[in-house]
Design a binder for this molecule. Sequence first.
Ligand code: HEC
Length: 114
Amino acid sequence: MSKRMPLVPALVVAAATLLGGIGNAFAVVKTMAGPPDTVVLQPSPLPGYQKAMTSCTSCHSAEYMQYQPPTAPRKYWDAMVHRMKTVFKAPIDDADMPAIVDYLTKTYGAERPK
Ligand code: HEC
């Protein structure tokens, strides 16, 4: 009688489960009415929105953007973004600037929907 004991490996599925758990570290930030320091950038499908979230929110809230003249043209925002970088050392990649300026002009400036 040869009894073969099949080695049943304990299947370790735990590891996979753990990996799946690291999910939404980035919760969707909703715009809400509240004290000024909670003002967030207005969400937009424009690519510059995500870049602005990365480059423009570490020092001050989006209240600063809101209080710019609604007639501010693209050039104004371009100068603003450059000023943030040169004067305040904002960590903005030059390659991202056009997209950020585009988003700002279309969201807060002269090219926003009337
Ligand atoms: C490294 C910190 C820092 C980052 C990052 C930063 N800013 Fe600023 N920003 C400042 C400071 C400091 C002021 C206040 C300047 C003052 O009081 O004159 C300011 C002011 C502003 C203002 C108000 C207008 C003005 O002239 O003061 C706007 C608009 C603005 N920032 C937009 C932006 C945008 C857009 C970005 C991203 C491209 C950005 N900021 C990223 C530091 C930063």
